[in-house]
Design a protein around this ligand. Sequence first.
Ligand code: HEM
Ligand SMILES: CC(C)=CCC/C(C)=C/CC/C(C)=C/COP(=O)(O)OP(=O)(O)O
Length: 301
Amino acid sequence: MSVMIVETARYSHAWRALWPLAKPKVVLLIVFCAVIGMCLASPGLPPLSLLVPATLGIALVAGAAAMVNCLVERTADALMRRTAHRATARGEVGAAFTLTVALAAGGLGMLLLVVYVNALTAWLTLATFVGYALVYTLLLKPNTPQNIVIGGASGAMPPILGWAAVTGDVGVPALALFLIIYAWTPPHFWALALYRRDDYARAGLPMLPVTHGERFTTLSILLYSWLLAGISLLPVAIAHSGALYLAVALLLNARFLYLAARLHRQYADPLARRTFVWSICYLTWLFAALLVDHYWQVPLS
Ligand code: HEM
Ligand SMILES: CC(C)=CCC/C(C)=C/CC/C(C)=C/COP(=O)(O)OP(=O)(O)O
């Protein structure tokens, strides 16, 4: 009896240790962007019979990708303060167990997409998994400071996945949303990499602030923020979104550009942290505005 209790406690500890490896908050925003892709592709609300399996499927595959990322990077994670507590880095969960759970979750997600959604969404989600868990994590991240500029293409896929789930193809508005997340990713990540640069240097990862220094990174953030400001107006330029979205986008861009310009003028770690936190608020509110605008569109003229 006591052996059983000890075994159960060990397993429940292992399961609880696995949950943060799936990076639930990141996956939540990814799924939010995917759901908005689904809504924008539908004149009304997407049917629940599609919304539920598509959302669950994408969430499961994204969580699996995050777990594989933590598994592959466990040695580097152990050297960084931000990631040293991960169960993979601490050796609290075995590699075989983590991989099995990740593949089971990812497999279940793929099954949901294949059976209840469509083949295009399933293939694109699989490609996204490979792009992040393998190409970015194994090849790009340890080898080039442009790692997230290239690897960011995976993170930018969610609206395309959502759109494809509803329509079975990749529409122009979905491509515009892809470009928004693609341009958003470098300032999002480099802001964090700046105030965590000692971590990355210790782990031997060639992040931009480590290889090119603070000034070059803040300039890159500023330039990408301008690029993002322009790209974020694409949904209006293609007449998919209206005045409400435009107003919100202009306000959000103004704050992002203000923070990026200040960061470049006078660098400070707390300001870099604020810029990183703002990047997450920015994407959340921008996509929320797309959604509200879609259902309550105010014409521009
Ligand atoms: C390759 C592209 C990306 C890179 C390199 C990246 C990097 C990071 C890093 C290093 C963190 C820090 C986590 C921590 O605080 O420990 C983070 C947090 C976060 N990222 Fe990203 N990110 C990327 C793409 C995305 C995408 C596409 C989304 C959502 C659409 C996203 C949403 C978030 C959120 C919500 C957090 C906060 C998580 C938390 O507070 O636990 N990221 N990101
Ligand atoms: C199927 C699908 C939709 C997949 C989505 C891919 C995905 C999970 C993208 C998120 C990107 C992410 C969490 C980057 C973290 O950077 P990092 O891995 O360099 O950060 P770390 O140092 O915290 O591990």
